[in-house]
Write a protein that binds this ligand. Structure first.
Ligand code: IVH
Length: 716
C-alpha cells in the first residue's frame, strides 16, 4: 500500500497526528470538492490504523479526530439543512469471519434462541440523501453532509425522474423522511464524460463523484441534464398526523411500503436467516455485481425487526443492528514503476504500466494497460506517478488517473519508443490512427509469436497443444518463422523442447498433421489479417469460394461495383424490381483496405503459397454461392430442403465439425442459430449435448442426430 505523505513513525502519537492530517486533507477534497485524491481502500486503511491507535491509547484520541466525525463538512454555497434524526454510517466487514462475528454479537445482544432474521440489500455506491415528504408532497431534499448538517438540494432532486414529487396514496402521513442513495449508471457516466472530454473540461473520476457533482449544483438545470437515480433504504423522521398511516414493523416491510408509495426500491433484496443466509446473499450478489448497470461496493445487512433494532441501539458512529459487507475494492492507489510496450499480432503497440504490486478487485495486480499514446497524454501519466488503478470483474486492470500532487520531481512526460523493442524495426503511427505499429511484420518475433498463436487457436486451424510455452520456444529457436513451417516440424525437434516428453511431442505432431484439413473460412481467419474476424472470413469464403479467386481479386473494382449496385438497388427497390445481390455485403472499406494491403505484400502471398504447398486443404467451393464468379446473375437465396428452416447445433457430432455441419445446413438453404426458441425447427444433437437439447424437449422442438440431418438433406 502506498503511504503517500503520511510519515512512518515509531511513536504512535506522531503517527496518529500524521494520519489525522492526511485523512483531513483527503476528506476535504472528497466531500467539499467531489474530487477524491486517493482510493477508498487507501482512505479506509489509514482510517482503521488511526482508529486502532486511538483505541489502544485513549490519551491519543484528539477531539478533532476524523474518527469522531461521520462525514465531510458541508459545502458552504448550498443552503444548510440540519437533520433532525442524524444520518449515520455503517460499520464494515471485509470477510466471512467479520460477518459471523457480527451475527453472533446481534444474536447475543438479543438473547435470540434461533437464527436472527435479517433484511439483506445492496450497498449502493452513490451519495446519501434524505427526502422529506409533507402531506405526501416532496418539500425538501438534503445530502448527508457531516451526518448532522447537510446541503439543501431540493430543486436538484426534483429533476430526478424516478423521485416522486407526490407519494401515491390518498392518506399521506403528515411527515415522512425517506433516506436513500442517489447514483448514476455506468452508461450515463460514460456519456457524460465523453461530453466533458469533447468540451475540454475535467472528466469525472467515477460514477459516484459524477452523481455527487451533478446533484450538488447551484443551478438545478445542470442536474436536470444529468441522468440520476434514487433507491430508498431507510426511514428518518415520521409523523402520521391525521392520516392514520402506520410504519411497518420490519425493515423489509418498510421497503415494501416505500415501493407502494411510489418510491424506488431495488428489487435485489431479501430476508435471510443467520450468518449462513447472509453469506449466501453476499455470494449471490457478488456474481450479479458485474451485470448491474450501476456500482455497488458491497451489501448491507440489517436486523429485520425494528423492535429488535431499537433494543440493539448504536455505538459511536454506527448502528449495532446493521453492517456493510464490502466487496474487495475495485480501485486502489499504487505507483508506476515503469512503462513498457507490448507488440500485438498486427504489430499494434500497446503501452503497459508496470505497477508496484497492489491488491485490487480481489487479486494482486502488477501491470495495467495504458491503451495508447493519446490516452497516456490525456491522463498525463508519467513513470514514478502515484495513480488510481481499477480492476472490475475480469476486466484488464486500467490506470484511471494520476494523483498529480504526489508526482516526484523531475518525472518526465512519456513518449513511445521510436523502434520496436523486439525487432528494432521502426514504430510508425498513421496520421488518423490512435494506435502505433511496429513495421517489422513477420520479421518481428513478437508478431510471429502472436500470429502463430492466432493461426493455431481453436477457432482457426485448431492445433491442440500448441500453446504459448511451445510457440515461444519455436520462435526463440527460430524453428518456425511462418505458419507453414509448423508442418515441417518433426517429432525429434519437438521432443527437444522444454516440457515436451515423447508422448506429447507425438500428440502435437499429430495435431499439426490433422490441422491440414480445414475449411476455407478457418484458413482465412487464421491468416490474422487485420479486421478479418470469423464472420468476415466466412463471408469472404462464401463469396470467393477459392483461394485463387481471392488472390486474384481486384479490390478497387469490386468496391466500385458494390457502390454502383447499392445505388441501383436503392432505386429498384422503389419500383419493386428484383434486387441484385451486392458483392462483399457487410464488408466495409476499412476491411477491404486491410485485405488489399495484406494480400499486396509479397511476403504474405509467399507465406500463403507455402501453406498450400505443405498440404493445407479444404473442400473446394466450400459454402460458396458463386457471387463473385457470376457477377450478373441474381443469386436467389439458396433453395433447398431446409429453406426457411432454423436449426441449432449442440454437442459434438461424430463426423462433422461445427463449421462443416453449418456449411451443409446453409448449403441446403437452412439457417443455424445459436439458441433454441419456439421458432427453432430442429436441434441437431451430438455427444454431450447440454442444455440446448433439454430446452428443445421442453419446447417440443424435434431433436435429431447427425444421421437424421444428413438423411434430411439427402447426403447420407
Ligand atoms: S443504511 C443507520 N443502507 O452507505 C444506517 N446505507 O456507511 C444508515 N449506503 O451513508 C445507512 N447503500 O450512503 C444503508 N442499503 C444501504 C446503503 C447505504 C449504501 C451508504 C449510505 C451511507 C453509507 C453508510
Amino acid at each position: 500500500m502506498t503511504r503517500g505523505k503520511v510519515v512512518a513513525a515509531d511513536d504512535p502519537g506522531v503517527r496518529a497526528a500524521a494520519l489525522r492530517a492526511e485523512l483531513g486533507r483527503l476528506n476535504d477534497a472528497y466531500h467539499t470538492r467531489d474530487e477524491p485524491l486517493a482510493s477508498d481502500a487507501y482512505y479506509d486503511a489509514l482510517f482503521r490504523e488511526l482508529q486502532a491507535i486511538e483505541a489502544a491509547d485513549p490519551a491519543l484520541q484528539a477531539p478533532d479526530s476524523p474518527t469522531l466525525r461521520i462525514g465531510g463538512a458541508p459545502r458552504s454555497d448550498l443552503p444548510a439543512v440540519r437533520h433532525d434524526v442524524p444520518m449515520l454510517s455503517l460499520g464494515n466487514a471485509f470477510d466471512d469471519a467479520g460477518i459471523v462475528a457480527f451475527d453472533r454479537r446481534v444474536a447475543d445482544g438479543l438473547g435470540s434462541p434461533g437464527p436472527v432474521s435479517y433484511a439483506a440489500e445492496l450497498k449502493f455506491d452513490g451519495l446519501a440523501v434524505t427526502l422529506r415528504y409533507e402531506d405526501g408532497l416532496l418539500v425538501q431534499a438534503a445530502t448527508r453532509g457531516d451526518g448532522s448538517v447537510g446541503e439543501d438540494v431540493t430543486p436538484n432532486a426534483r429533476t430526478i425522474a424516478t423521485i416522486p414529487l407526490r407519494l401515491s396514496t390518498d392518506k399521506p402521513p403528515k411527515l415522512l423522511d425517506v433516506r436513500g442513495e442517489v447514483l448514476m449508471c455506468h452508461a450515463d457516466f460514460d456519456a457524460i464524460n465523453a461530453r466533458q472530454r469533447a468540451a475540454g473540461v475535467r472528466e469525472f473520476v467515477n460514477p459516484r463523484n459524477a452523481a455527487a457533482g451533478s446533484l450538488r449544483q447551484l443551478d438545478a438545470r445542470i442536474t436536470a441534464i444529468r441522468p440520476l437515480h434514487f433507491f430508498a433504504y431507510g426511514l428518518g423522521s415520521f409523523d402520521a398526523g391525521p392520516s392514520g398511516a402506520v410504519v411497518p414493523e420490519t425493515h423489509s416491510g418498510l421497503l415494501d411500503w416505500f415501493r407502494a408509495l411510489g418510491v424506488p426500491v431495488s428489487e435485489h433484496r431479501t430476508v435471510v436467516a443467520g450468518s449462513e443466509g447472509l453469506l449466501a446473499f453476499y455470494r449471490q450478489i457478488g456474481e450479479l455485481r458485474a451485470t448491474l448497470p450501476y456500482d455497488i461496493d458491497g451489501v448491507v445487512y440489517k436486523v429485520d425487526d425494528f423492535a429488535a433494532q431499537r433494543r440493539l441501539g448504536f455505538v459511536a458512529r454506527a448502528p449495532r443492528f446493521a453492517i456493510a459487507h464490502k466487496f474487495p475494492a475495485e480501485e486502489a492507489t499504487t505507483t508506476i514503476e515503469n512503462i513498457v510496450v507490448q507488440v500485438g499480432r498486427t504489430g499494434a503497440i500497446t503501452p503497459v504500466a508496470r505497477l508496484s504490486p497492489v491488491f485490487v478487485g480481489g487479486v494482486t495486480v502488477t501491470s495495467a494497460t495504458l491503451h495508447n499514446e493519446d490516452e497516456i497524454h490525456r491522463k498525463d501519466i508519467r513513470i514514478g506517478d502515484t495513480v488510481i488503478v481499477r480492476r472490475a470483474g475480469d476486466v484488464i486492470p486500467e490506470v484511471m488517473r494520476v494523483l498529480v500532487e504526489r508526482r516526484p520531481d523531475g518525472a518526465a512526460e512519456y513518449s513511445l519508443p521510436m523502434r520496436c523493442p523486439v525487432c528494432d524495426s521502426a514504430i510508425v503511427r498513421e496520421e488518423d490512427e490512435a494506435v502505433a505499429r511496429c513495421s517489422g511484420g513477420l520479421v518481428c518475433a513478437a508478431q510471429r509469436r502472436q500470429s502463430l498463436l492466432h493461426f493455431a487457436q481453436r477457432r482457426a486451424l485448431d492445433i491442440e497443444g500448441l500453446g504459448e510455452k511451445i510457440v515461444d520456444q519455436l520462435v526463440a529457436r527460430d524453428l518456425v518463422r511462418s505458419p507453414a513451417d509448423l508442418f515441417a516440424l518433426d517429432q525429434d525437434t519437438v521432443a527437444g523442447l522444454d516440457r515436451m516428453a515423447g508422448k506429447s511431442a507425438a500428440n502435437l505432431i499429430e495435431a499439426i498433421a490433422n490441422a491440414r484439413q480445414t475449411t476455407f473460412a478457418r484458413f482465412l481467419f487464421g491468416l490474422g489479417i487485420r479486421h478479418v474476424g470469423e464472420e468476415v472470413a466466412r463471408v469472404l469464403a462464401r463469396e470467393f469460394g477459392s483461394l485463387d479467386a481471392l488472390l486474384a481479386a481486384d479490390w478497387t473494382a469490386l468496391m466500385e461495383r458494390k457502390r454502383v449496385l447499392q445505388k441501383e438497388n436503392a432505386s429498384r427497390r422503389t419500383r419493386d424490381e428484383t434486387v441484385r445481390a451486392i458483392p462483399l455485403d457487410g464488408i466495409g472499406d476499412e476491411i477491404v483496405q486491410a485485405l488489399a494491403q495484406f494480400l499486396g505484400e509479397p511476403h504474405n502471398r509467399q507465406a500463403i503459397t507455402r501453406m498450400r504447398e505443405v498440404g493445407i486443404v479444404w473442400p473446394e467451393n466450400d459454402g460458396t454461392i458463386g457471387l463473385i464468379d457470376e457477377p450478373d446473375s441474381t443469386p436467389a437465396s439458396p433453395a433447398g430442403v431446409l429453406s426457411g428452416k432454423t436449426l441449432v447445433l449442440t454437442g459434438s457430432l461424430p463426423d462433422l465439425t461445427r463449421d462443416a455441419a453449418k456449411a451443409i445446413i446453409e448449403g441446403a438453404g437452412g439457417k443455424v442459430s445459436a439458441s433454441v426458441s419456439r421458432k427453432t425447427d430442429f436441434v441437431v444433437a451430438g455427444e454431450d449435448p447440454g442444455s440446448k437439447a433439454d430446452k428443445a424437449v421442453v419446447l417440443g422442438v424435434p431433436v435429431i442426430d447427425q444421421d437424421a440431418l444428413l438423411r434430411l438433406i439427402g447426403q447420407a
